[in-house]
Design a protein around this ligand. Structure first.
Ligand code: FAD
Length: 278
């Protein structure tokens, strides 16, 4: 069972608890991006199993009136086993999801996976006319070039700062440089994207900048944040524009929870307080 202090960041261990969380989010006018925790499977069976779960999940979402979609990780669908396994699993999830009118996001993992992830996205986005989205990372040098291609592909693109540290010759770690790159990528996206922009950030400066760019170009956009991070801001922002919360769930919650706790002092203090009071 998930202890109460982890429940801030993870919506339970089962599809039922994740869907219930989505229902509560929708009451705050926030959409839910459900993510079954799991990554780096080196053999086919666990990748196929998680793909089966996603297929069932998108059917379940399709049978409700929930404002919910899913986000999948390439290495969860078998990329570390074989590219073909990843592509086959992704394809059947996207086929099932689009038949149900449910959107599928593809998360971006480390820089070694960028090409194969973008290739799979492009193929499926063209086949399914926009039922798929992909994440790109502002901390990679290549991203402005990738955005030029992505502007010509149907489907949405989520811009994030990047959760993986790339080698110095292909990316950057300095936060000021990443912020500059993020702003510049946002400018490109608002200027040239027709299918909408997803701002995947908790940073008030980036969210304000996106609002300015929307004023200037009129491009549709949505804001995406993680479960448990700036929840009040999510509710406030949702009064004016589309806000989606990325909602991890599943049995593999422990390492995800530790990552959230380690990345910010506030989260560590929250965990310490919860431990002391419990
Ligand atoms: P940061 O640079 O971490 O913080 C900037 C400012 O935001 C802070 O100064 C503060 O004002 C505010 N802030 C940030 N966190 C908090 C907090 N906990 N509490 C209060 N204020 C806070 N990365 C990938 O590499 N691949 C992915 O597929 C991917 N998908 C993502 C999907 C979503 C929906 C989100 C939100 C992030 C995703 N990420 C992904 C992670 C992303 O790359 C960043 O590592 C992460 O979002 C932190 O960057 P940030 O833009 O939120 O701001």
């Amino acid at each position: 069972m998930i202890p109460p202090l982890a429940r801030r960041f993870v919506a339970g261990e089962t599809e039922a608890t994740a869907l219930e969380h989505a229902r509560q989010l929708n009451q705050r006018n926030v959409g839910a991006i459900l993510n079954l925790l799991g990554e780096h499977y080196h053999a086919r069976p666990p990748a196929d199993r998680d793909a089966d779960i996603y297929c069932q999940l998108v059917e379940d979402i399709g049978n409700t009136d929930l404002n919910a979609c899913v986000s999948v990780k390439p290495s969860q669908l078998g990329l570390d086993a074989e590219t073909g396994v990843f592509r086959a699993n992704l394809e059947r999830i996207v086929e099932t999801a689009t038949a149900q009118g449910v959107f599928v996001w593809i998360d971006m993992e480390d820089h070694t996976t960028t090409d194969v992830t973008l290739d799979a996205f492009e193929t499926l986005a063209r086949e399914h006319e926009g039922g798929v989205g992909v994440c790109v990372q502002a901390n990679l040098e290549r991203t402005p070039t990738d955005l030029e291609l992505l502007a010509t592909v149907p489907g949405k693109v989520r811009l994030v700062k990047g959760a993986y540290d790339p080698p110095a010759d292909i990316g950057f770690a300095d936060s000021q440089r990443v912020n500059e790159a993020y702003r510049s990528c946002l400018e490109t996206m608002f200027e040239s994207f027709e299918d909408g922009v997803a701002v995947g950030s908790h940073d008030p400066a980036m969210i304000d900048y996106a609002a300015d760019l929307h004023e200037e170009y009129g491009t549709d956009y949505e804001i995406q944040m993680l479960m448990g991070v700036r929840e009040d801001a999510q509710t406030d922002l949702a009064r004016e524009r589309a806000v989606w919360q990325y909602v991890p769930y599943g049995g593999k919650w422990l390492s995800y929870f530790y990552r959230r706790v380690r990345e910010r002092k506030e989260n560590a203090l929250f965990a310490a307080r919860a431990l002391l009071s419990g």
